[in-house]
Design a protein around this ligand. Structure first.
Ligand SMILES: NC(=O)c1ccc[n+]([C@@H]2O[C@H](COP(=O)([O-])OP(=O)(O)OC[C@H]3O[C@@H](n4cnc5c(N)ncnc54)[C@H](O)[C@@H]3O)[C@@H](O)[C@H]2O)c1
Length: 334
């Protein structure tokens, strides 16, 4: 929905409940960049509001931040079935506000206004999500690349055409921050809601998200969310290659596309002790099953449940060697 902060567009003022007072929680960086337009919009539409500006990002995803939101909801006098909280920011802000709303008076509705690519792609059980890709114009290039990892995830396990589109236009999307005419919104629409494998199992959504949480946490603040996801996707691709699920040419295309999108294909932590930890953590959370979603060709995926530790170590070694060779002999793909 373009023009969300255009006073001529009533969507934001009416989202999530009857017109009335609103508590607006805004990411500090977003407030710096878009706060004037946001307040101008709310004033112009006559929305009485209070603002809580929160400096949140992956390192400060804390309960303190959650309590700060809950305290403000309390002093603002929010009513359980009444006005929704507006959450304007990235994935972290949405998680913090979402948790505060879940806890406060059992459940307070909130409206998400995502301002990062991760945010635009994520699903949440809030009452409404208002999507405006124009927010991405101010997003850092590395943050856009990180979000593109989620697009690549869907392309790899569910959508071969999208993979082709990323090969042709992925760099444009990065360069223009999703403003490239016709492509940005088409890609967003294609990705949202696609998390199932072709066979109908919903585990495709976990592709790249099994080992990466341990990696992301251990590597903080070095790796962004999508970067950690991409490292796991690269590793999974090589595991798939060694099982004969993808061929040599497909493996090369996948890894090169990751490079073109300025995403890492490996990280030393996922070749060391952290790999064992990630696997153990996965097994703990998955009822003892050593399972991992893998690509099967390009645009399809399968779930394996017999993943071996040695298999992962072997794949990590292969990737290390591939990275060294391709970095030493750069091609047009970069
Ligand atoms: N559960 C899911 O479906 C899901 C999916 C993706 C991500 N996530 C979660 O979200 C987090 C990553 O999301 P994120 O990338 O949105 O992180 P984020 O919320 O930390 O935002 C990244 C950075 O960009 C800044 N920013 C936000 N919008 C901006 C804009 N328009 N212009 C300039 N700067 C802006 C923020 O201040 C922050 O410093 C991770 O913690 C991850 O767990 C969850």
């Amino acid at each position: 929905m373009p023009g969300l902060l255009d006073p001529g567009n009533p969507a934001l003022a009416l989202a999530g409940g009857p017109p009335g007072r609103r508590l607006v929680v805004v990411d500090a960086r977003v407030h710096e960049l878009h706060g004037d337009r946001l307040h101008h919009y709310l004033d112009a539409r006559g929305v009485d509001h209070e603002t809580l500006v929160l400096p949140v990002h992956a390192q400060v995803k804390t309960m303190d931040a959650v309590f700060q939101v809950a305290d403000r909801m309390d002093s603002f006098g929010i009513s359980r079935r009444g006005a929704p909280v507006l959450a304007v920011g990235g994935g972290v802000l949405a998680e913090v506000v979402g948790l505060a709303c879940t806890l406060y008076r059992r459940s307070t509705p909130f409206v998400r206004i995502p301002t990062t690519l991760h945010g635009l792609l994520a699903h949440r059980p809030e009452v409404e999500t208002l999507v405006d890709p124009a927010f991405l114009v101010t997003l850092g290039r590395r943050q856009v690349a990180s979000g593109l990892a989620e697009v690549l995830k869907v392309a790899l396990i569910a959508d071969a055409d999208l993979f082709g589109l990323l090969e042709r236009r992925g760099r444009d999307l990065l360069d223009t921050r999703f403003q490239a005419a016709g492509v940005g919104t088409a890609v967003l629409a294609r990705v949202v809601g696609t998390t199932a494998f072709d066979d109908g199992t919903s585990d495709g959504g976990h592709f790249g998200h099994i080992l990466s949480p341990t990696l992301e946490t251990r590597a903080l603040p070095e790796l962004l969310h999508g970067e950690a996801v991409c490292v796991e996707m690269a590793l999974s691709t090589v595991v798939a290659r060694r099982r004969g699920l993808v061929d040599a040419e497909q493996t090369e295309r996948i890894l090169r596309l990751m490079r073109r999108l300025e995403l890492p294909v490996r990280h030393p932590l996922l070749e060391s002790i952290a790999l064992g930890e990630a696997l153990a953590d996965t097994v703990r959370r998955r009822d003892g099953g050593r399972w991992l979603p893998l690509p099967s060709g390009i645009g399809a995926g399968v779930l394996v449940d017999d993943l071996g530790g040695r298999e992962l170590v072997g794949a990590a070694g292969w990737l290390r060697a591939w990275s060294a060779v391709t970095a030493a002999a750069p091609t047009l793909d970069g």
